[in-house]
Design a binder for this molecule. Structure first.
Ligand SMILES: [Zn+2]
Length: 133
């Protein structure tokens, strides 16, 4: 079994073939679909050319199934949270930036947080006391 990605609200499958699919909204209110790579550390974004996202802007991400806002409210409004269901079927929270062009991903384990991407030090302080890095 390979990694799967689930919506934290409805537990729906967000990964279709080689992409994780999100519904997205830009600060100016434009809406579209965004496909992200399921490979941790790969920040390639696939979208329709008419759906314009700008470097540095906060693009809100929503579950395309239940339309829940995926913002990680309890941690930082710039981060989105979904569920990573690993090869063994174990679920972990996974967080990544909703800021266009910002490269950071965090996998939350019981006793530690694994961080990925060149910008991962931007949010590492938000993971609470007692975290080991
Ligand atoms: Zn959902």
């Amino acid at each position: 079994m390979e990694n799967n990605y689930l919506c934290p609200k409805c537990q729906g499958q967000l990964k279709i073939k080689k992409s994780i699919v999100f519904s997205a909204k830009t600060p100016s209110g434009e809406k579209g679909l965004i496909f992200l790579s399921p490979k941790i550390g790969d920040y390639h974004v696939t979208k329709h050319p008419e759906f314009k996202i700008k470097e540095g802007e906060h693009t809100e991400l929503f579950c395309p199934i239940c339309h829940e806002n995926l913002e990680a409210k309890s941690l930082n409004k710039n981060l989105a949270k979904i569920i990573l269901k690993d090869k063994k079927g174990v679920k972990h929270d996974i967080l990544f930036s909703e800021i266009v062009g910002e490269k950071c991903t965090y996998i939350i384990y019981k006793n530690r947080v694994d961080s990925f991407g060149n910008d991962s030090d931007h949010y590492i302080n938000f993971f609470g006391e007692g975290s080991e890095f």
